[in-house]
Design a protein around this ligand. Sequence first.
Ligand code: FAD
Length: 307
Amino acid sequence: MDSTQFLRQLILRLAGSPSVSRFVHKHDKTLGARRFFAGVTLEDAIAAIRQLNGQGILATLDHLGESVTNAKDAEVQANAYIEVLHAIADAKVDANVSIKLTQMGLDVGREECLGNMRRIVAAAKESQNFVRIDMEDSQHVDATLDVVYTLRRDYDKIGTVLQSYLYRTKNDLDRLIGDGVTVRIVKGAYLEPESVAFPQKADVDRSYLELVDTCLKRGHYVAIATHDEAIIQQVDAWVKERKLPRERFEFQMLYGIRSARQRELAAAGYRVRCYVPYGTDWYAYFMRRLAERPANLGFMLRSLWRK
Ligand SMILES: Cc1cc2nc3c(=O)[nH]c(=O)nc-3n(C[C@H](O)[C@H](O)[C@H](O)COP(=O)(O)OP(=O)(O)OC[C@H]3O[C@@H](n4cnc5c(N)ncnc54)[C@H](O)[C@@H]3O)c2cc1C
């Protein structure tokens, strides 16, 4: 394992510590946590989306939160997403939603989660909007795909996410392509053991390109979610070599990361969608962003030192 991978795993491990959480919450402004989310209210998020849409960038909205442990909290979280879908329709902005199933009660029980998701999907159906189900750690992959398939029996504008760091993903992608389920390909943001995920970054990157290539070759609409310039350049080269229609895929990036590149790709005629998180429950999301780029940590610690 190289030093970046080591630091990445260390940050993800430390994220679980209550004292680290207290420290990060206390110094959130200095640590720059707010750079990664659009604000705490839905109005903040809609304003950010309007701005992105004005730059030719689409959005997907994430109401921050994960891993609820009781049915009541899951219901409250689902209600927030229903409100989000209504707000998107009312504001007439170009955005869909991205949802984590543990936030909808997946760890409480499959039926609780399905009940909440069915209410959300009904709200999405009213405006014919699209629902993306995010992928979480490897222990939730089977249960997530099961919920995706169950929901799609009633409404097909539902897609999910596959992670290139998992060995199993090639097979999952085959199945999803066969069944016409739209996918977002990501590298993967969770702490995973070598028994299920490639430990070397080079293998994760290689696997990423293979998965995207499979989608493009099979004409399967794919969301290419990465900030990795080498991957973006490779896709751009394939588009030119193979004369691929640009409607076959979209690039996706996270709010606050490589924003200038997002605008540049949109101006070059690519479909670009920005993942816009908002809300008060930003800690776990922020720690994953920190782990992706441990260099950020040094910068942030220096800012704290100077304070
Ligand atoms: C739209 C979107 C949705 C996602 N959904 C999921 C999901 O459902 N499940 C999941 O497990 N993961 C998800 N992820 C996260 C993903 O798995 C990766 O952890 C994340 O995208 C970083 O990988 P990368 O492809 O950008 O490549 P990397 O190799 O990690 O990064 C490439 C380059 O991008 C820049 N960069 C990357 N991350 C950061 C950062 N945090 N701060 C500053 N610069 C950075 C740096 O220049 C870096 O060198 C999502 C990512 C995106 C963009």
